[in-house]
Design a protein around this ligand. Structure first.
Ligand code: ATP
Length: 359
């Protein structure tokens, strides 16, 4: 096993009775990596994390930490602390006592544990709350205490299960940068389960997308965003227009035969195969006349528009009733007639289309 691999899941299956929650996971987590695990509700994210924490035992397969199997290692003897959304801080201890707790359990002397706890309070910018009761803290302050409490033992890996989901939007964004900076500075491996695409994509080095107990794709945020591997991933991310059809070899190269007519493909594909063409909504353009040249276009009508900050999303519909989205800066849309019902053409360069298999 390569020395930069910290964790490996090898053929890991987890069943609860007859129900298979996690099916044959095979993946690795690198040392010092920030790995986010995403997927729809019930897809097995938390179960995967709990197996790594030793809170569930795999039904089959092996989980290794630094090359050693840890399947049978009890939770308390693993170096895999976990931070939850419900923070489980001890209400009968004040802030600094909470942070010192794990060190005390490990037999670290009083002066030394105070010194190390103070360092982490400082690092998390909560020194002023050292003597406060947990009940006197805001959600964000508690979150920092929980992180300090897990990090004070300087683990090799930290497991986080939706740690920011209880916070308001502004605090969430602030805590994201706290977490990312902390992870970079300490080099501790973070495994982070989240429902939020913006959290996963802004913080993680690599993202795992799961569906029904299986990994659909694992890669950098950029790879997953630009080249989703399956239709599920493209659908889940919701940032692309999807066109389903059958591949055929036309006179001018490969095409996808869709209800909207043939769409050109930039790369060869298997003729006869059912597939989905994905095109990012940021790479789909609009024009008032049918574009000329080697582009794909579909006649559409405007059905709505939404403004979010500096960009706008135009919602359109094809004659077949398929929704198409175009996302652009306000400047790029200026000058286009966008009244509801306005006929337009949605178009894109074939090179910006990406073919995925149906799944
Ligand atoms: P969510 O995003 O909703 O938290 P998740 O992806 O984290 O979901 P898990 O909590 O890992 O999903 O659960 C995966 C599946 O396993 C679910 O269908 C869940 O109902 C089932 N499951 C989890 N724990 C148990 C258990 N102890 N007994 C029976 N089934 C369980």
């Amino acid at each position: 096993m390569s020395r930069d691999i910290l964790v490996s899941f090898e053929g890991v299956v987890k069943s609860f009775g007859n129900f298979i929650a996690v099916q044959k996971l095979d993946f690795e987590i690198k040392k010092g990596e920030f790995l986010a695990i995403m997927g729809s509700s019930g897809c097995g994210k938390t179960t995967t994390l709990r197996m790594l924490a030793g809170l569930e035992a795999p039904t089959k397969g092996v989980i290794r930490l630094s090359g050693k199997p840890i399947n049978d290692l009890p939770t308390w003897s693993r170096d895999t602390p976990m931070v939850w959304q419900s923070l489980a801080l001890f209400p009968f201890l004040n802030v600094i006592e909470n942070v010192e707790f794990a060190l005390k359990m490990r037999g670290v002397g009083k002066a030394e544990r105070r010194r190390r706890a103070e360092q982490w309070l400082d690092r998390m910018q909560i020194t002023e709350f050292a003597d406060r009761n947990i009940s006197q803290l805001s959600g964000g302050q508690r979150q920092r205490v929980a992180l300090a409490r897990s990090l004070v033992v300087e683990p090799e890996i930290l497991l986080l299960d939706e740690p920011l989901s209880a916070l308001d939007a502004a605090l969430k964004v602030r805590m994201q940068s706290v977490l990312k900076n902390l992870q970079r500075e300490t080099g501790i491996t973070f495994v982070y389960v989240t429902h939020s695409q913006s959290e996963a994509f802004s913080m993680a080095d690599r993202v795992v997308i799961m569906s029904r107990g299986k990994i659909e794709q694992i890669g950098t945020p950029q790879e997953i965003y630009r080249t989703p591997r399956t239709r599920f991933v493209a659908d889940f991310l919701g940032s692309s227009n999807l066109f389903s059809g059958q591949v055929r070899s036309g006179t001018s190269g490969f095409e996808l035969d869709t209800p909207m007519g043939p769409l050109r493909l930039a790369a060869p594909a298997a003729s006869g195969e059912s597939a989905t063409l994905t095109v990012l909504d940021t790479q789909t353009h609009l024009s008032t006349t049918a574009p000329a040249g080697n582009v794909n276009f579909v006649p559409v009508k405007v059905i709505g528009e939404e403004f979010v900050g500096a960009t706008a999303t135009v919602y359109l519909e094809t004659a077949q009733g398929q929704e198409i989205r175009v996302q652009k800066g306000h400047d790029e849309l200026a000058g286009l007639p966008l009244a509801i019902g306005q006929p337009l053409y949605a178009w894109w360069n074939p090179e910006d289309g990406h073919l995925v298999r149906e799944s």
